[in-house]
Design a protein around this ligand. Structure first.
Ligand code: F0G
Length: 414
């Protein structure tokens, strides 16, 4: 039977129990399906005829049949064959799975459509999360769609303006906590503990992870079930890498794909506890006390889903890498200029990481690689403007414009 299960002691809970941490050992939970039951479900539904989107995979979701779906049309994002970037990086078969194409501009929508649908099923009228920006933008939109109250806690310091404007316009109550993301998240857990009427939708919520696993399914579907050799993905709180791996392993267990890719997690150098654990061969992370990076979305020192992430990397024989802010910005600009794909800095870390792994000989020229870019560039316009050529002011006459564009010489030479 489909259930919630502790990743450590394997204690189980029903899918309608409101429980965020295991009551026996305190660890985080995941949704477990019985594979035979799942096989039966997917045989009954005609899922392969539906368009590629999160809800194409409805029979794979722990949501009752009677549920009213809270959806804005999430998933079905492009998997772009990136020949120019591939040539630049000396790799023949590179794909970008661009999650910025989701309704609120990030992969978070995959989790929120399922998470908020579940919240409504459970009768919640008030939802909450802590966020570096994208989770709050997404939750605010889905809560608005569902007609329920939404509170978001954001850390002090810079929050990318695109994301903040989304949470605000959708009517969420935005509290900027005088602390970092990890501290804001602790308050969310405490509020959930004290006020049972508030439903928590951070990435420890396993229903959100279920929505996000559709990212793994989609990559397989879009590649005609020929799995790539590796998937490169930015890592912050570590929910997404775990979710993608869960989707892939389910497709594998169902016999839909014949092999599994390596999972490669990329973190920003100033906030890289998982990458450090992997590089030093440790099974445990050492939290980073004051995480810093220009990629504010992944400025996280104590990722809650670190165990799931380390498991995904180890089980898949993958690895992790760190990238500097400079490398991130360089990758962001390159991707925008030669592929026409504008992503926010955290997203560009997957491209920067890939570049490093190719240089180190860890990723090889003839491998099929999928880089996930997680959020749209307009989320953080300030950073994009700062590293681009400024607009040039010209007089309002054609000659001035032609002179500025160096077109006068051509006219005079005629
Ligand atoms: N990329 C972007 C654009 C993100 O917003 C996040 C996380 C990640 C990558 C990392 O994903 O946490 O699942 O490992 N943003 C969260 C937020 C923390 O609050 O919006 P993860």
């Amino acid at each position: 039977m489909v259930r919630q299960e502790c990743i450590n002691c394997k204690a189980t809970y029903g899918i309608d129990d409101i429980v965020y941490f295991c009551k026996k050992c305190g660890d985080i939970l995941e949704i477990k399906f019985d594979i035979n039951e799942l096989t039966e479900n997917i045989d009954i539904y005609d899922w392969k005829t539906k368009p590629i989107s999160v809800w194409r995979y409805r029979p794979f979701m722990p949501i009752h049949e009677s549920a009213k779906l809270i959806t804005l049309g999430e998933g079905g994002t492009g998997l772009h064959h990136s020949e120019h970037l591939g040539t630049e990086l000396c790799i023949n078969n590179l794909y970008i799975k661009n999650e910025g194409e989701n309704p609120t501009g990030s992969f978070k929508d995959r989790g929120m459509t399922v998470g908020v649908t579940k919240a409504i099923e459970l009768g919640a009228r008030h939802v909450i999360c802590a966020s570096t920006g994208n989770t709050s933008a997404s939750l605010a939109a889905y809560a608005a769609r569902a007609g329920i109250r939404c509170t978001v806690l954001i850390p002090s310091g810079k929050i990318a303006y695109g994301k903040l404007s989304q949470a605000m316009i959708h009517g969420a109550k935005v509290l900027q906590v005088k602390g970092n993301f990890d501290e804001a998240l602790e308050f969310v857990f405490k509020l959930g503990e004290k006020h049972k009427e508030i439903y928590l939708l951070n990435s420890i919520n396993p229903f959100r992870i279920e929505g996000q696993k559709s990212l793994g399914y989609e990559i397989c579907d879009q590649l005609n079930y020929e799995t790539p050799d590796a998937i490169v993905i930015p890592v912050g709180n570590a929910g997404n890498i775990s979710a993608v791996w869960k989707g892939l392993t389910e497709f594998y267990q169902l016999g839909l794909i014949k092999k599994l890719p390596k999972m490669i997690g990329i973190q920003a150098q100033g906030s890289a506890p998982i990458a450090h654990a992997i590089k030093t061969g440790n099974d445990k992370i050492i939290p980073v006390e004051n995480p810093e990076t220009i990629a504010t979305a992944i400025r996280i020192g104590a990722p809650v889903s670190w165990k799931k992430a380390i498991n995904a990397i180890q089980e898949s024989h993958g690895t992790a890498e760190t990238v500097t802010d400079e490398e991130i910005l360089d990758a962001q600009k390159t991707l925008a200029r030669i592929e026409g794909i504008f992503v926010e800095p955290a997203s560009a870390s997957s491209i920067a990481g890939l570049k490093k792994l190719i240089k180190k000989g860890i990723v090889l020229e003839n491998e099929k690689i999928v880089c996930i870019t997680t959020g749209h560039g307009l989320k953080d316009p300030d950073t994009a403007i700062k590293q681009s050529e400024k607009p040039i002011e010209v007089d309002a006459n054609i000659e001035a414009i032609e002179t500025t564009l160096d077109l006068r010489k051509a006219i005079l030479a005629r």
